[in-house]
Design a binder for this molecule. Structure first.
Ligand SMILES: C[S@@+](CC[C@H](N)C(=O)[O-])C[C@H]1O[C@@H](n2cnc3c(N)ncnc32)[C@H](O)[C@@H]1O
Length: 182
């Protein structure tokens, strides 16, 4: 859920939505961001929960999943919240994405889609292919990949920082949106 961007769009599109985040602060920021008036019939529910355990959602009951996990520990979203995968190092993060992908598969209706936004990282000069490794976790959970969308990003707040750090390396100027189908 983060700050509730996806839920804002769901409300504007007249869709019912369930937003999930492990961090209670995210729930409260999203509640604030959803307090705008517009003509809509959508019902939005926000919940503090772990994406690896969606036991409050029935099997095969969801029409679309839109998820944007942390990029391992590049940005830590909390100091010590249990289950916060932004506190995990690369390999542990990838392990925890297995139940996240399995739960996504379980709750989605057959034939429906799950979109995952994620980017790569660079550590000590080498590219760490976080995106494709996360994609692999969703394939292992049973999904088929329908689209790999490249989202370009320019002029980010951190671009100047990375230009200085990178010496002769190319900047990572894209993220992925993987569209899976159950
Ligand atoms: C990249 S941010 C999402 C940003 C969001 N797309 C937005 O527009 O604000 C990742 C979010 O994942 C949450 N998170 C971390 N571990 C989680 C888990 N196990 N289950 C659910 N949410 C988790 C973090 O608290 C953070 O809000």
């Amino acid at each position: 859920m983060g700050s509730g961007t996806t839920l804002v769009e769901a409300k504007l599109l007249n869709r019912n939505a369930i937003g999930v985040d492990i961090n209670l602060q995210s729930v409260s920021i999203s509640e604030t961001n959803l307090q705008f008036q517009c003509e809509t019939k959508s019902k939005i529910c926000m919940r503090k929960a772990n994406a690896a355990d969606l036991d409050f959602i029935k099997d095969s009951s969801i029409d679309f999943i839109c998820t944007h996990p942390p990029y391992a520990d590049i940005i830590k979203y909390s100091q010590d919240i249990e289950g916060d995968i932004s506190l995990l190092t690369y390999e542990d993060f990838l392990k925890e994405m297995i139940p996240v992908a399995q739960e996504s598969y379980r709750v989605l209706k057959k034939g429906k889609r799950c979109a995952v936004m994620i980017g790569d990282m660079r550590k000590r000069g080498k590219v760490v292919p976080l995106g494709f490794r996360v994609m692999d976790r969703f394939l292992q959970a049973g999904f088929a990949i329908e689209e790999i969308i490249i989202k370009k990003q320019h002029h980010c707040r951190s671009t100047k920082y990375w230009e200085k750090q990178n010496n002769n390396f190319l900047l990572l100027e894209h993220e992925y949106i993987f569209v899976f189908q159950k």
